[in-house]
Design a protein around this ligand. Structure first.
Ligand SMILES: O=C(O)C1=C[C@@H](OP(=O)(O)O)[C@@H](O)[C@H](O)C1
Ligand SMILES: C=C(OP(=O)(O)O)C(=O)O
Length: 434
């Protein structure tokens, strides 16, 4: 149980570099491992999810050394992974599991994947079914982990994805680069494109057509290691973008945040709601980055539908918090995917926000929130539900009420942001800022 008793008296202030991007850190390890030569990752995210990926590739015989946030990988090439001597532990990480399934589907050995209780409840047929159409042989347990992957020769495919999911798309791409013949994948909606961009930087040939949903993958690329500085994670910066917007008299600058347009849905939403965020020092080192300065603002309510969801999927609990302070009724729909994350994030948000007396109503695929109604704390004991993003969203919410709150299962933040509470404290405690 953690006390959420820090209440900023004069707003949130300061400058912060949040940790490296989680999606890019996972992929940096994976693509470095299957390339030839050395890959060096700087500003790697040393959180539990990415360490699950790092350890899995060590188990498959790849030499990976980590010194703080710098990781060196001696790649073994697309055919150089070794059969692990024991089942691979995916921990809590959906990204590790689904991308590894696509990669190991085409290897010459057998692997078993397992995960923690939360991961073991998340759907895996969304990956194993389309991979089977390429010749993969993956046995999942009633649609879930544990999974047994019997590596096979794969063939190229033309396939329309059934879910808007970068994890499913990435699994298919990792299978497609090992296949005989080219593949064409068509997404329902554009989702984060780090796999495509990064694999091309390693030497692959993956083309996204102008419609932004058709992806052509050439097979059997010669991948070569790279030196990569990972941008700060927009999904981690998001907690501070929202906290500084909502806590009066705040001004925070977040340095070197990843600005890939498939990830910046929160910035568009904040802008429409009347938020004050400015981007400076914009650069592009493979992925676009910028420094973001955010100031407190009064917010208008918002309507968000399915087409906007992929670019803000992990930030939706925070969007609900913004809506809970906007001056009217907001409606978020088309977000059913939230029900199959680390927790059912729709139900967890509704449950926890109701403890704070927030006027929130659950929809099958989202929420309706009336931010014009004052909050009144009914229960001071909150819970992360073991979900990092729910825990951090509640810690931000705690800054907005006078009552001292407590958070059960606070260690969940270690999944994506181990220094979250220290960073929040560092911007809360700076006084007399001008
Ligand atoms: O590909 C990725 O790195 C991720 C994709 C998203 O999941 P889905 O593909 O299931 O939407 C996201 O929620 C997750 O945090 C990371
Ligand atoms: C859903 C998430 O991650 P994953 O699917 O990799 O567990 C997340 O980080 O919010």
């Amino acid at each position: 149980m953690k006390d959420l008793t820090d209440k900023p008296t004069a707003g949130l202030h300061g400058e912060l570099t949040v940790p490296g991007d989680k999606s890019i850190s996972h992929r940096g390890i994976m693509f470095g491992a299957i390339s030839h030569g050395r890959t060096t990752l700087h500003h790697f995210l040393t959180a539990e999810d990415c360490l699950s990926t790092l350890h899995a590739f060590q188990e498959m015989g790849v030499s990976i050394r980590r010194d703080g946030e710098t990781v060196e990988i001696d790649g073994v090439g697309l055919n150089g992974l070794h059969e692990p001597t024991k089942p691979l532990d995916m921990g809590n990480s959906g990204t590790t599991t689904r991308l590894i399934m696509g990669l190991l589907a085409g290897q010459r050995f057998e692997t078993t994947l397992f995960g923690d209780d939360s991961l073991s409840q998340r759907p895996m047929r969304r990956v194993s079914d389309p991979l089977a159409l390429m010749g993969a042989n993956i046995c999942v347990t009633e649609g879930h982990l544990p999974a047994r992957i019997h590596g096979q020769k794969l063939h190229g495919i033309e396939y329309q994805l059934k879910v808007a999911s970068a994890q499913v798309k990435s699994a298919m791409i990792l299978a497609a680069i090992q296949a005989e013949g080219p593949s064409i994948l068509v997404e329902k909606q554009p989702t984060r494109n780090h796999t495509e961009r990064m694999l091309n930087a390693f030497g692959a040939s993956i083309e996204t057509l102008d419609d932004n949903v058709t992806i052509k993958v050439a097979p059997q690329p010669e991948l070569t290691g790279i030196d990569l500085t990972i941008p700060s994670d927009m999904s981690s910066a998001a907690f501070f973008l929202v906290a500084a917007t909502l806590v009066p008299h705040s001004r925070i600058t977040l340095k070197n945040v990843g600005m890939n347009e498939t990830r910046t849905g929160l910035l568009s939403i904040l802008k429409r709601m009347g938020g004050k965020v400015t981007a400076t020092n914009e650069r592009d080192d493979g992925e676009p980055t910028a420094d973001l300065t955010v100031m407190s603002a009064d917010l208008k309510p918002i309507e968000i539908g399915a087409e906007e969801i992929p670019a803000v999927i992990d930030e939706l609990p925070l969007v609900a918090l913004l809506a809970a302070k906007a001056n009217g009724v907001s409606r978020i729909t088309g977000a059913g995917e939230l029900r199959v994350k680390e927790t059912d994030r729709i139900s967890a948000v509704v449950h926890e926000f109701s403890k704070l007396g927030i006027a929130i109503r659950e929809l099958p695929d989202g929420f309706v929130i009336d931010g014009s109604k004052p909050w009144h704390v009914e229960t001071t004991k909150l819970s992360s539900h073991g979900d990092h993003r729910i825990g951090m969203t509640l810690a931000v919410a705690s800054l907005l009420v006078d009552e001292p709150l407590r958070l059960a299962d606070p260690d969940a933040v270690n999944i994506s942001y181990p220094t979250f509470f220290e960073d929040l404290r560092s911007v809360s405690s700076v006084k007399n800022y001008s």
